[in-house]
Design a protein around this ligand. Structure first.
Ligand code: FUL
Length: 522
């Protein structure tokens, strides 16, 4: 307890009284003025976020844009997509396997994460799991001393690439499958091996596929998820229902034109065909941040087949615009062949793909324009001006309109020389503070050339009428959750885009395309 002497107590009371008195005689205007004075001297702060928000690992994941899937295993040697589980492990013999070729191919394509099928539905393990003999140990490859997971990890490290693993829940080989306790223990034991012995793993893939005649059983998802998070702190867990990354609902590489990273996890479940539409669009009222990943193969099948060849560049670009350009990540499958290498035609196609993307996006015509906006948070020089949309930071510097303005927000680019000629518009939101934009329109010299709903991390519009030539480009945000925060805008020219030759989903997906991850049962 504090004790005061009487004179000290008396003078403290006097000071407080005189403060109260001066407050009482100052007019409301004076109070406002003194508040204003204070706010003038302060640096404008960022606006409050709008929940839900991405985690640190989800933000890192989103910035990767394109990642690589490697389907490899006994199916590669039997020319099949879904193995029976009865394959003789001796058939697995990729004599020229060179994981550095895989990593180099990825690095040359600007890919920073590779996900390997450590175990597919046939149950054959690409690492020497001590819990089964159905693995590389029983194969002819390296006389049973090989470990594909380890080779991938070593090669990826040399190229600065991260690793992810696919461990199929459905296992057609193991006799414990169908017995809840025994199989869940087996599955968890394998998860522990993969997530403890190979260093940092950035994504784990829980596939929802299961054949119609497979034994009925429950997976102990809560145990799996808890164990994964305990063993790998910066991992993202993929499944139809997250918790970190969700399936987009098809295997064509196409997201919905409306694409929210937010959704309600309580409405999702793994292997549920009735929610594919919800998975592809997400939910503006969703309470969970759970962005979508678009998995698609460079060939028709997931595994390598001699008879198949890679999709052409036009198809790959169509996929890119419809996945990365719709606020999603593109998980691109490039399957190693029976030698254990990515085929040269695929390597070549990936190179063409990367060089096309670089050609399209390396020049941003917006950089040469005068930029204006309807308003800006904190006034001129407040740090939230429209010029932030052309710097190289696509996350944490952004244009923010002032809070109070209820009207529509817009940002405008004026060419200061002979005009702008472009056919692609790129818009990116500062998603670190939540996904906000619900409706937007783009005008060139007062003519509407494109419109859409969500934006998210990245929205790409290829202009339906082809190349436009104009002086003033205005992007109008018609509706958003709170004020829109735009981190980057690009006006680009895509020499590969011919609107009349646009491909349909069927033309991109090929003949064996399936909506759910369920091909015909072998
Ligand atoms: C599906 C599987 O059935 C396919 O074989 C492939 O692995 C694909 C990525 O997921 O569910």
């Amino acid at each position: 307890m504090v004790s005061y002497s009487f004179p000290l107590f008396f003078s403290l009371c006097l000071i407080t009284l005189s403060q109260l008195f001066s407050l009482a005689i100052s007019s409301p205007d004076q109070i406002l003025l003194s508040k204003k004075k204070i706010s003038h001297n302060q640096i404008p702060t960022p606006p409050l976020p709008i929940l839900p928000l991405p985690t640190f690992s989800q933000l890192k994941w989103q910035q990767r844009e394109v990642i690589m899937f490697l389907h490899f295993g006994v199916n590669t040697f039997t020319d099949s997509e879904w193995g029976t589980g009865h394959e003789n492990p001796a058939i697995f013999n990729p004599i020229g396997l060179d994981a550095t070729q895989w990593a180099k191919t990825a690095a040359d394509a600007g890919i920073s994460l590779m996900i390997l099928t450590a175990k597919h539905h046939d149950g054959f393990c690409l690492w020497p799991s001590k819990y089964t003999d159905h693995s590389v140990v029983e194969s002819s490859w390296k006389n049973g001393h090989g470990d594909v997971v380890q080779e991938l990890v070593n090669a990826a490290k040399d190229y600065g690439i991260d690793v992810g693993l696919y461990l199929s829940p459905w296992d057609r080989h193991d006799s414990r499958y169908g017995y809840d306790l025994a199989y869940n223990e087996y599955y968890l034991a394998q998860l522990q091996e993969l997530l403890s012995n190979y260093g940092s793993v950035r994504e784990i893939w829980f596939d929802g596929a299961k054949g119609k005649n497979a034994p009925n059983m429950s997976y102990y998802f809560d145990d799996w998820m808890a164990m994964v998070k305990q063993l790998q702190s910066s991992i993202n867990i993929f499944s139809d229902a997250g918790p970190d990354v969700r399936w987009v609902g098809n295997e064509n590489g196409f997201a919905g034109t409306t694409s929210w990273s937010t959704i309600n996890r309580t409405s999702l479940s793994i292997g549920n065909a009735s929610i594919v539409e919800y998975l592809s669009t997400g939910d503006p009222y969703g309470r969970d941040w759970l962005p979508a990943e678009c998995d698609v193969s460079i060939r028709n099948g997931w595994f390598w087949h001699k008879s198949e060849s890679p999709k052409n560049l036009t198809q790959l670009l169509e996929i890119y615009y419809n996945s990365v350009g719709r606020n999603c990540l593109l998980l691109f499958n490039v399957p190693p062949n029976t030698t254990g290498l990515i085929s040269q035609v695929d390597v070549q196609r990936l190179k063409e793909f990367r060089s096309a993307i670089d050609t399209i996006f390396s020049i941003n015509l917006a950089e040469k324009c005068d930029i204006n906006s309807s308003s800006q948070r904190g006034g001129k020089n407040g740090g939230f001006g429209p010029e932030n949309v052309i710097d190289s930071d696509h996350l944490w510097t952004y244009w923010a309109p002032s809070d109070g303005k209820k009207n529509e927000h817009w940002i405008e680019f004026r060419s200061n020389d002979q005009g702008l000629r472009f056919n692609v518009i790129r818009i990116q939101e500062a998603i670190g503070l939540g996904q906000r934009i619900k409706q937007h329109e783009i005008y060139v010299d007062d003519e509407c050339v494109a419109k859409g709903t969500t934006v998210g991390y990245k929205r790409l519009h290829r202009l339906e009428k082809g190349v436009v030539h104009g002086q003033i480009v205005r992007i109008r945000i018609k509706e958003s959750r709170g004020v829109p925060l735009i981190s980057s805008i690009g006006l680009h020219f895509d020499p590969f885009w011919h609107p009349h030759a646009q491909l349909s989903i069927q033309e991109v997906a090929g003949p064996n395309n399936t909506q759910m991850h369920h091909p015909k049962e072998p």
